[in-house]
Design a protein around this ligand. Structure first.
Ligand code: NAG
Ligand code: NAG
Ligand code: NAG
Ligand code: NAG
Length: 345
């Protein structure tokens, strides 16, 4: 860059600030996602052998991760992806499986992560149309929210284990540790369990007062778990046809209202009391709080490997509105959406 005289410099800054004002005042459509740096394996990572052009399949050295992608949450999905790579000691061994109703978003991923190993799986809204019953939170009624029910069908049969992640979270620890959670002889999935949560409240009085339905959890020691962070054994899932079991509960829900929330309760009905535990550090949930504008949450006591803004408020919305919660500052470093001409880039 040529050297500028102080006057030129000041004029340039003036022009820049005018541009920024115009953009702030009129439109945000010109904001673009930045490109993430390339992340490299540390020397002791398991070798991928002939992994030049990766097939998604059966390479034991790969950690498989699945997220959903839609235009509204793209900023969140990109932040989640960046956080996974940044804290992974073997980032080149992580393979991403993105499920989306908008396959063109694939180009946005390639642009931000030119070196990422990933596949895109189109998700057809019709898969769940007729199965979704209106929940008490309309954000939970989006078809893609139910994509996690179908991972075993969507991902290639050779993928044995996948870590499913919501798009409103960031990791601050190595995903390989989470992916290595032992599932024991039986469990189909692993997730942090919360046995102090009031399990009764996740189902309606109609459910509990029905003599047959109320026996569902008998002898299961059922505890609440959050479906935003799960390690899933897809082989066992396929063998047990758990997608059908979840869909059966969704069909029942259409006939009689047995729960109020979206995609979570069918998972509790099928799996609660039968899952493998994961340390709570892997889902510090609820950071979204109960309200968009108010009610900030604090961390739960104990160590933190993953921060999850579940709940109504999302960090990007609060940051944009200039009303962030204190913990939103922990999400911001993973945000790749920047104003054009931003001076820090
Ligand atoms: C995704 O990329 C396309 C093409 O570059 C761009 O037009 C679009 O605005 C991007 N979408 C989002 C949600 O940023
Ligand atoms: C699927 O549904 C979502 C949300 O309801 C919508 O935004 C999207 O455009 C739909 N996609 C298709 C292909 O119909
Ligand atoms: C649990 O929730 C149910 C239903 O919402 C309620 O009736 C019950 O009092 C709650 N139990 C405790 C211990 O809070
Ligand atoms: C959320 O916050 C708004 C504005 O502060 C308030 O009007 C509304 O009642 C709150 N809603 C809930 C569910 O707390």
């Amino acid at each position: 860059m040529p050297t500028l005289s102080p006057l030129h410099h000041r004029l340039l800054l003036l022009n820049l600030s005018l541009l920024l004002t115009t953009i702030n005042g009129t439109t945000t459509t010109r904001r673009q996602f930045k490109e993430a740096p390339k992340f490299y394996n540390s020397p002791n990572c398991p070798s991928l052998n002939n992994f030049h052009h990766p097939s998604t399949c059966s390479n034991r050295a790969l950690v498989h991760v699945s997220l959903t992608l839609d235009a509204n949450y793209l900023r969140g999905s990109i932040a989640t992806t960046l956080s996974v790579l940044q804290h992974s000691s073997c980032p080149e061994n992580v393979f991403f499986h993105f499920i989306t109703t908008t396959p063109s978003l694939s180009s946005n991923i390639s642009k931000s992560f030119p070196y990422l190993h990933f596949n895109i799986y189109p998700f057809n809204n019709h898969t769940v149309s007729g199965l979704i019953s209106t929940s008490i939170r309309s954000a939970l009624d989006c078809p893609l929210n139910y994509a996690r029910n179908y991972l075993a069908n969507l991902l290639p049969p050779c993928v044995h284990t996948v870590v499913y992640l919501d798009s409103d979270l960031v990791l601050v620890d190595d995903i390989a540790k989470l992916a290595a959670t032992p599932l024991g002889d039986q469990a189909v999935l692993a997730a942090p369990e919360y046995c102090n949560a009031n399990f009764t409240s996740y189902f309606t009085p109609t459910f509990w007062s029905n003599p047959t339905l109320s026996l569902t959890f008998e002898g299961r020691n059922a505890c609440y778990f959050n479906t935003g962070v799960m390690v899933i054994d897809l082989q066992r899932w396929r063998l047990g046809d758990y997608t059908s079991k979840i869909v059966e509960w969704m069909e029942l829900q259409k006939r009689m209202r047995i729960y109020e929330l979206g995609s979570l309760p069918p998972f509790l009905l099928v799996f609660a009391g039968k899952i493998a535990p994961v340390d709570h550090r892997w889902n510090q949930h609820g950071l979204g709080g109960d309200n968009y504008s108010g009610l900030c949450r604090d961390l739960h006591p104990g160590p933190v490997s993953l921060l999850h803004w579940s709940g109504k408020g999302k960090p990007w919305a609060r940051l944009d509105a200039n009303r962030p919660c204190p913990l939103d500052a922990l999400w911001a470093p993973y945000d790749l959406l920047k104003m054009p001409f931003s001076l820090d880039s």
